[in-house]
Design a protein around this ligand. Structure first.
Ligand code: ACO
Length: 332
């Protein structure tokens, strides 16, 4: 509990994914790969992909509405909406469009980007507004349509990603359920995973040039990201657990960014957390970037796996590079 006596509770979750599922056999018609390679190296069996007409705000709004319904509040009760995404419909921001679509006129809304760490960074950002007493009801959405930016000729990366959205409602509460966090960034490894802007020079008047480019597809050094995740994620969870005054033995669920089953297993092993406590749904969705943690959380809550009062250690990691962990208890 902070000095103002304002705690935080996570009172609702929701998710939404596109209808179209593409399995590993179908992908082997796109690039030279096989179900056997993808399954053994990553654990992924299929991913959902947004069709060409679809937009981020549609799945994000649906996830948001499901989370709001579970929390038992009305959209008009919301004070703040944060959309964690790297793939907005509009580079000026998509959160305001979601605010309009779900009917939350009182809420201030903005996008934030921290790639696959976006949801964890968003959770900590939302917590600051609640702890200072500024806002009481916050909607945090993690949503991405990475298929827009995947290089569909690169078998090293295109097999990993999928599209989806997840959301939670965070509320001011007497009891503080956000027990600890730790956030980190390291720009020296920025080039290991990028969705960079590609400038094209255009002269607008004599001697004055501007850049009129676009973003180029995702580039990734898979091995480097793998090594980074397996080393840094256990460290950041241990730091967050220390701040929460807990040990890994007291964790009920390990909820990691769903990038690769081998990363999930290695992190759990390093933290000495049993495989039965690891939340995993990446077989069905692949890596959905900022959506992966709330999507997995929502499924586990709705399946009755995660129960009120359970202690969850959650961590995101990805481009930037960025990584971070939160320790929280589900429910009021
Ligand atoms: N199908 C078949 N063969 C493949 C495929 C594929 N889809 N992709 C790569 N290969 C080949 C490679 O060409 C290589 O062949 P070679 O030995 O003849 O050169 C061989 O398989 C082994 O490749 P590696 O890169 O060594 O495979 P590795 O075991 O490292 O697995 C993987 C690759 C799955 C990408 C792994 O490194 C990984 O998961 N890294 C983390 C990636 C990640 O999580 N990124 C997202 C971060 S989150 C964010 O911010 C978006």
């Amino acid at each position: 509990m902070n000095q103002l006596g304002i705690g935080i509770a996570i009172t609702g979750s929701g998710s939404a994914t596109p209808d179209v599922a593409v399995d590993n056999y179908q992908l082997s018609q796109v690039v030279e790969t096989s179900d056997e390679w993808i399954t053994t190296r990553t654990g992924i069996r299929q991913r959902r992909l947004m069709d060409a007409q679809g937009c981020l705000s549609a799945i994000a709004s649906q996830a948001a509405q499901n989370a709001i319904a579970m929390a038992g509040i009305k959209p008009t009760d919301l004070d703040l909406i944060i959309l964690a995404t790297s793939t907005p419909d509009d580079l000026f921001g998509t959160a305001s469009n979601i605010q309009h679509q779900i009917g939350a006129p009182q809420a201030v809304a903005f996008d934030m980007t921290a790639a696959c760490s976006g949801f964890i960074f968003g959770m900590v950002t939302a917590a600051q507004f609640i702890r200072t007493g500024v806002y009481s009801n916050v909607l945090l959405i993690g949503a991405d349509i990475l298929s827009r930016w995947v290089d569909w000729s690169d078998r090293g990366s295109c097999v990993l990603f999928g599209d989806g959205a997840g959301a939670i409602v965070m509320q001011a509460n007497e009891c503080d359920r956000l027990l600890g966090f730790e956030l980190r960034s390291d720009g020296t490894l920025n080039k290991s995973l990028q969705l960079p802007y590609n400038a094209q020079v255009k002269e607008i008047v004599n001697g004055v040039t501007v850049s009129q480019g676009t973003y180029q597809p995702i580039t990734m050094n898979g091995k480097e990201i793998y090594r980074f995740a397996v080393q840094k994620v256990p460290e950041v969870i241990e730091k967050a657990l220390f701040r929460a005054n807990l040990t890994s033995g007291e964790v009920d669920w390990l909820l990691l960014h769903q990038a690769n089953q081998r990363i999930l297993d290695a992190v759990a092993q390093r933290l000495k957390i049993g495989a039965d406590k690891v939340i995993s749904n990446l077989a069905n969705y692949g890596n959905t970037s900022a959506a992966s943690i709330p999507l997995a959380l929502d499924e586990a809550v709705r399946q009755g796996k995660i129960q009120a009062g359970d202690t969850i250690a959650s961590a995101g990691f990805g481009a930037g590079l960025t990584w971070g962990a939160t320790i929280f208890q589900w429910g009021r």
